[in-house]
Design a protein around this ligand. Structure first.
Ligand code: FUL
Length: 703
């Protein structure tokens, strides 16, 4: 070959080589373990232990392991229900704050072998591992750093014990997808019988860098979850939603100057949104329980989230590039209740139905630019369901457009986009237009895509042409997915509420042909009582309702009410503070004993109520403030009763565990019912502030 011909051939090859090379990765990138985690999208976290039997959310650490005896425990029932819901794995709480290890550990006597379950020979973690293996689900483990049982908690020796617990968990139960570490620490506990408050420095005590080195060594394919990562961050709430804009990258903040960012210190705003161009790839996990609490409480049996509520959370977590971690709460028998199983199953069905057909799949796709005009980066990659094949543009093209000419008119209400995150989170913002009567009409504009972005439109769009415009990106794009889907129409569940006069109303967002309800606990049918006007239920109870329109039934609405407050009256006292009547007005309006002087110390506050007539009280309820503020949030309480309004007797006292992260209604059940006409709620300690607050105080009675 002549020399010049050879040179020309080489030059041509290098031009093609250049053209065929992909975009340079942008910013920080996910690890292999993080990629696996992103692909999972959803998993469940299972809370079971002494709390299941004591009706608490945080055990104190002094519970007898003999309490735990789940005679029907069946890991496959629980893991199978998660699988039916479309979840890809489970995180088993192997040890919660109460310290009881659900596996036969060498590190402490306080473990499952001291229970009667399987004659002390059982290993719950093992049974979950085997069920996961059988069902093709991934396994993760949660071993609480805070241990209210361990005598050595607070000393260096406990950190050794904790690390040994992790080592056991990492070496006995196969490959894990996540090692889950939470930041909770309420201070007080049993601690080997000392029953005291033990303060630790969260940033240094656990020696996280050394602890995590163990995870990396023994479980290299697991991600580490913690409030501030290092691999997956807490979203900052236990309500299951990320921010509308949510970046997979994150720069954690130090709790105070000179301190390292660490578990136990999170800023809500930071968690939900992440940090654009943050220092680490640290996507958010949205945790939320299927029931109000993480552990099973019979009083919450009518409050299992419905399939549509779960779907809504799916859009607000997975649809924002985060993952959904849904809490499951096996009952004292060791099984999920039927309501829970049913809800998971229906949710799984709804998901499958919604995402069965990508209406963009048959479209003729035309892009304003394709990188090097190469099919390798072509638009067919957008509809092949592969998260890593992608449409890319030339380096200088940062705001391209792509049009989807659909085969005739199509109706959709969900849009899906995904970036090839192996090349980083590149795109800032985008808009989608639909072709209507000869012109483009913008239907949505949004920010942040990442691993997955779902836009749930407020109404159906019918069109034969859709256009995606990338409106902001610092570099050329690498988009892997574009989908148009139709979520089936459904009637939303009716809303049940009660007013101050004790009248119950059942309402719907849009008019329906009928509402049916029951007050005996049964699921309503078309034969049940038809709702026509507000109902009186003076002693409270469970009310269930469905709405019906044409041949469509809504899903079930269920609410439990305590004693009607129609005849209640506040008895004023010196610490009552502002608007005490707000605590008994059946709304989330606030009673507050907080004083304007924010420098002053907390003063216990009390609220006394005349119930009108003597009642047989079996439980009290406290609904904390619902406006996200922690001021005056009560975490230690006492309830008193009186028959004359002057002589008071304390009937119960305790802690409202986990109320800061999960401020749901708290039910305090008495060992024995107390007969009284007057009740008093005392706030003994609060999360923050110099006084107490409450949205509502309630009473549950028995005959
Ligand atoms: C929190 C804990 O304090 C709760 O009890 C629960 O385990 C939740 C998932 O994490 O940090």
């Amino acid at each position: 070959m002549k020399k010049w011909l050879l040179l020309a051939a080489l030059a041509a090859r290098s031009v093609t080589g250049l053209a065929q090379s992909g975009p340079v990765p942008y910013g920080v990138l996910p690890t292999t373990a993080q990629l696996n985690w992103h692909q999972m999208e959803m998993y469940c976290i299972i809370h079971f232990g002494v709390d299941t039997y004591t009706n608490k959310e945080w055990g104190y650490g002094d519970e007898d392991p003999k309490l735990v005896n789940p005679v029907k425990f069946n890991a496959a029932q629980i893991v199978g229900a998660a699988k039916a819901g479309g979840f890809k794995g489970v995180v088993v709480v192997a040890k919660h704050h109460d310290g009881l290890c659900l596996w036969p550990t060498q590190t402490t006597e306080h473990n499952i072998s001291k229970s009667n379950w399987r004659n002390g020979k059982g290993d719950m973690v093992k049974e979950y591992q085997l069920a996961c293996q059988k069902l093709g689900m991934q396994l993760g483990l949660y071993c609480s750093p805070w241990d209210r049982n361990n005598a050595y908690y607070g000393q260096a020796k406990y950190v050794e014990i904790y690390r040994n617990q992790l080592k056991e968990l990492y070496t006995r139960y196969g490959k894990l997808f996540v090692s889950w570490h939470d930041g909770a620490n309420g201070g007080d506990g049993y601690y080997g019988g000392t029953r005291e408050v033990r303060k630790i420095d969260r940033t240094t005590y656990y020696g996280w860098p050394q602890t995590w080195a163990i995870t990396r060594r023994l479980q290299p394919s697991a991600v580490l979850f913690g409030d501030v990562g290092p691999d997956v961050r807490w979203v900052g709430n236990e309500e299951g939603h990320a921010g509308e804009t949510c970046w997979a990258t994150y720069t954690p903040q130090a709790p105070e100057p000179g301190k390292e960012p660490s578990n136990g210190y999170t800023k809500y705003e930071l968690g939900v949104q992440g940090t654009r161009n943050g220092k680490y790839w640290m996507p958010a996990e949205c945790d939320v329980s299927l029931r109000p609490g993480w552990f099973y409480h019979a009083s919450q049996n009518s409050q299992v989230k419905s399939p549509n509520e779960l779907l809504d959370l799916y859009y607000k977590s997975v649809g924002r590039g985060a993952n959904l971690d849904l809490g499951l709460s096996p009952n004292p028998d060791g099984l999920l209740n039927q309501e829970d199983v049913h809800s998971l199953q229906e949710f799984g069905r709804l998901l499958k139905q919604t995402f069965a057909v990508n209406l963009a799949k048959e479209a003729k796709i035309m892009a304003s630019n394709i990188r090097a005009k190469s099919t390798k980066f072509g638009t067919q990659n957008l509809i092949d369901n592969d998260r890593y094949s992608y449409w890319a543009t030339d380096n200088q093209i940062k705001t391209p457009e792509v049009t989807f000419a659909l085969p005739g008119n199509q109706t959709f209400n969900v849009i899906r986009l995904r970036e090839n995150i192996k090349l980083g989170q590149r795109i800032e913002s985008f808009s989608v237009d639909a072709w209507h009567s000869g012109a483009w009409v913008q239907i949505v504009s949004a920010t942040s895509i990442g691993a997955n972005r779902l836009i749930r439109l407020p109404q159906n769009i019918t069109t034969n042409k859709v256009r995606l415009r990338i409106t902001g990106s610092p570099v050329c794009i690498a988009l892997s997915d574009f989908g148009l889907f139709k979520e089936p129409a459904h009637l939303t569940a009716p809303v049940i509420s009660r007013n101050r006069e004790g009248k119950l109303s059942i309402t719907t967002a849009a008019p329906v042909s009928a509402i049916y309800y029951t007050i005996n606990g049964d699921r309503p049918t078309l034969q049940s009582t038809k709702y026509s006007s507000p109902i009186s239920l003076p002693n409270g109870g469970v009310i269930k309702a469905i709405a019906v329109e044409g041949n469509k039934h809504s899903e079930l609405a269920a609410s439990t009410f305590g004693l009607s407050k129609a005849n209640w009256r506040i008895i004023p006292n010196a610490s009552t503070g502002l608007k005490p009547e707000n605590a008994i007005d059946e709304s989330t309006s606030l009673w507050s004993s907080m004083r304007a002087d924010s420098a002053s110390n907390f003063e216990p506050a009390q609220l006394s109520i005349d119930l009108g007539t003597a009642q047989n009280i079996s439980a009290f309820t406290y609904l904390p403030r619902q406006d996200k503020s922690t001021a005056g949030l009560v975490d230690r309480y006492a309830f008193y009763t009186s028959t004359d309004g002057t002589q008071w007797q304390q009937v119960i006292a305790g802690e409202f565990s986990n109320i800061k992260a999960n401020p749901v209604e708290q039910t305090v059940t008495l060992k024995q019912p107390a007969k009284a006409r007057y009740i008093q709620f005392k706030a003994l300690h609060v999360i923050a502030g110099n006084g107490a607050t409450a949205a509502e105080i309630g009473v549950i009675t028995t005959k």
